[in-house]
Design a protein around this ligand. Sequence first.
Ligand code: ARG
Length: 464
Amino acid sequence: MPEALWGGRFTSGPADAMAALSVSTHFDWRLARYDIAGSRAHANVLHKAKLLTDGELAGMLTALDQLAADVASGAFTPAPEDEDVHTALERGLIERAGAELGGKLRAGRSRNDQVATLFRMFLRDAARTVVLGVADIVDALLHQVDRHPAAIMPGRTHLQHAQPVLLAHHLLAHVQALLRDVDRLRDWDRRTAVSPYGSGALAGSSLGLDPDAVAKELGFDAAVANSIDGVASRDFAAEMAFCLAMLGVNLSRIAEEVIIWTTAEFRYATLDDAWATGSSIMPQKKNPDVAELTRGKSGRLIGNLTGLLAVLKAQPLAYNRDLQEDKEPLFDSVDQLTLLLPAIAGMLGTLRFDTARLAELAPAGFTLATDIAEWLVRQGVPFRVAHEAAGECVRIAEARGVGLDELTDEELAGVHPALSPEVRDVLTVDGSVSSRDAEGGTAPTRVAEQRARLDEVLTDLRDW
Ligand code: ARG
């Protein structure tokens, strides 16, 4: 029967309910390969500190290699009595290296510094996987941008028609948000690239081990500056949970638009059959389930963040067993995004926009009223007066059931003496969009510049 790592001072084993509560292998087993990598690095510093002979090091590394292969193939798995991934792997090591040699590896380390290190390693890898998934979504959006460089749509505020904008400009707004999500993860990684290994239980090691060497071997920039902080801090996990929740929220905003755009009322776009689902009772249905699951899962990601923050709140230093609750929320956020990101990329890349309908709707709701006001400003009319005049044009046009461009010369002049027939030059959606040509604006030239800058950004992001 496997033994706990702490039996010496106890006269009995744990009660069944105690053991059932304590066990974590059903979720922390996914840290196994990181634990073995940590063990290799730890064996190397034990050897460097002359606590393992050359022969012992070689034997230890061989046993760890065998263990890694058996873990990868599934030949070695945790036993029901193994408390956690560390316990199970020590058992596996001892089974392969013998109790004498296998029992030497635990010197100078604790599960507290082990788990804090492994969790960072897992999350740093996961961040890279998430970033690649986001890159595919950015790709899908850029594909749509390139397909529709000139399409004009109604831009909205308060979900009401506001001003015409390029569809490409609108899609690139989502791209910008996603690129910030990526940037946030990369910035997070810089802070997370320090290794707690060597912190021991909390006070550091007395055995002359080299935490920096372990850190470097495990892909970190350095060892933590403070062993207590090393084992006790989980802000790296909370911050990652935030980065993932924020990503989820940004994705849910795209998702909500897809849901709206594909309704019979909007008809801006149609979902590809491969990225939609039907109804078991209503034969006509084509449902935007990918978008809805995105919206739903974003709530779950927020829950994972707030749940973890609640676990961390008010824990005294250093390690407390509460911290075992840190892993499942992050694993879940990563798992949900792993499912979600490719589906969102597929849905967005295959969405078919009805650009004729977008163009037809772009001027509806008097979206060119601001253009009248700004035209008057260019004639020297104060904006306050120009705003009033443009508003009056809307009132007249609405009462007559016509567009702003259909107001008569007399009606225009009656509203304001400066409103000459030339104002009609800006009363087309193309004229309106092209006129917004300041940096970041919706004019096609500016949008093309914005788009052109993104190829390099995307390459850099995939190279991370
Ligand atoms: N399984 C624990 C965790 O995930 C690590 C073990 C630390 N346990 C202990 N009794 N000090 O946090």
